[in-house]
Design a protein around this ligand. Structure first.
Ligand SMILES: [Zn+2]
Length: 436
């Protein structure tokens, strides 16, 4: 091949480097695949290896050598390995496949890991294109999807096992340096799902469009410093994420374990931030007692704006004026005063009165979570921006593209896979999987 390339160069005086490097890679792959095929070639078993245990309790007997294909990082390898059959239950097995971690799959572990990465980052067909360009491997879109969802599903399953264990046992105290401030933030975001996943459920909840299910999502991060103006600074790289489409109770256990693993027990100050959603504060009370609870300042301001729009419908200038007058009560943490004022408003219709009554109750219920000046004095974050950004980058950018409709298990698998990558835990997962 090199001879052809350089003949061409002599003739034309030019070298198409891209064509050459790609051809070179293909040639290296071919050589590698044939080397790998030799390496993986099994010999028929000797006289003393002609029986292996069968899961049914009997022994399976060696029958014959059978050849198979596997797509590896250097292309398609082909090699024979012994096949055993159980005379009792008639199940066949290939012990060599189990040893190589290629049971029930045509993809080598290396290729599966690549597909899981691209499938977690981008739509599956884009992943297929990336694999072709970056790795020089031809795979189907379905193979990317199946592999990413099966690895993500396995991660999700292991997490669930860990959560269930955490519920039954006293969690071991994680030893290490104490953490000045540790934050837990929670939020919810809708993901479009296939029709069957919303059947029999109530229609629109909280303005979410039909055929979505809520992903409950949370993050944990630490803070050791604030800037010259006293504003909190997040420790870079300290954020980890977790989430799933599941009940509030199930999510509570999940976020509790995440916080625990991040050093909840050795945090000097603990903070939970969320919007006004009740499930967030139920979980905070249940799993994070003693934590400072903060309602995201921008959400509470939104609630005030709701009232402004009701009091001065369609009149933006007067709405702004109203906000200028009354928002200082909120920002100043004088919530009781704000509630008293809201309840004194003379509404023009019963339905407006009812909405204002609901908003007043919202502020009253969350009063202790809105002492913003006190939080600022302690140099704490007062916004849930980290979890909201997480909802967008972890969930939205991958799972909410147009035309996407997920099954619950598919969505939860990809969420688990994305969190695992972002939390830098994929290496650990892969290691522990190999050890199992
Ligand atoms: Zn058997």
């Amino acid at each position: 091949m090199l001879r052809i390339v350089f003949q061409d160069r002599r003739k034309t005086g030019q070298l198409d480097l891209e064509a050459v490097e790609m051809a070179m890679r293909a040639a290296m792959h071919q050589a590698g695949a044939s080397e790998l095929s030799q390496l993986l070639r099994c010999e028929p078993p000797g006289a003393e290896e002609r029986e292996v245990p069968c899961p049914c309790g009997q022994k399976a007997h060696y029958r014959e050598m059978r050849s198979r294909h596997v797509l590896t990082a250097v292309g398609e390898a082909e090699f024979p390995r012994p096949w055993y059959l159980c005379p009792q239950c008639h199940n066949g097995q290939f012990p060599a496949d189990a040893a190589l971690d290629i049971e029930k799959t045509d993809l080598s572990p290396g290729v599966r890991r690549m597909l899981a990465l691209v499938g977690s980052e981008a739509p599956f067909d884009r992943g297929r294109q990336q694999i072709e360009l970056l790795a020089g491997l031809q795979v189907t879109t379905k193979a990317v999807e199946r592999t990413a969802e099966s690895i993500g599903g396995d991660i999700a399953k292991r997490e669930q096992t860990a959560v269930n264990q955490a519920l039954q046992l006293d969690l071991p105290i994680i030893v290490g340096e104490s953490i000045p401030i540790l934050y837990v933030q929670m939020d919810g975001t809708g993901v479009p799902v296939v029709k069957k996943e919303t059947e029999g459920r109530l229609g629109k909840v909280d303005g979410q469009p039909a055929h979505t299910r809520e992903v409950k999502f949370g993050c944990v991060f630490t803070q050791t410093a604030c800037d010259d103006d006293g504003y909190a600074i997040r420790d870079p790289g300290s954020t980890t994420y977790t989430g799933a489409i599941e009940t509030a109770g199930e999510f509570g256990n999940r976020i509790y374990l995440e916080a625990w693993n991040r050093g909840w027990s050795r945090a000097k100050k603990k903070v939970v931030i969320g919007d006004g959603a009740e499930w967030i504060w139920n979980n905070a009370d249940r799993h994070f007692p003693g934590a400072v609870q903060i309602v995201d300042l921008f959400h509470s301001r939104q609630h005030l704006w709701n009232v402004a729009r009701l009091v001065h419908p369609g009149d933006m200038p007067r709405q702004k004026q109203w906000i200028l007058r009354h928002q200082p009560k909120l920002d100043g943490g004088r919530i009781e005063k704000l509630v008293r004022f809201l309840r004194s408003i003379d509404a023009s219709t019963p339905s407006i009165a009812e909405t204002i009554r609901i908003e007043a109750a919202y502020f009253e219920r969350n009063a202790e979570r809105m002492r913003y000046p006190e939080f600022r004095r302690q140099h704490l974050f007062v916004g849930s921006g980290v979890v909201e950004a997480g909802c967008k980058t972890v969930i939205g950018s991958r799972l909410k593209q147009s035309g996407m409709f997920w099954t619950l298990s598919g969505a939860n698998a990809i969420i688990a896979l994305r969190c695992c990558h972002l939390n830098n835990r994929i290496e650990n997962y892969w290691e522990s999987r190999r050890a199992a």
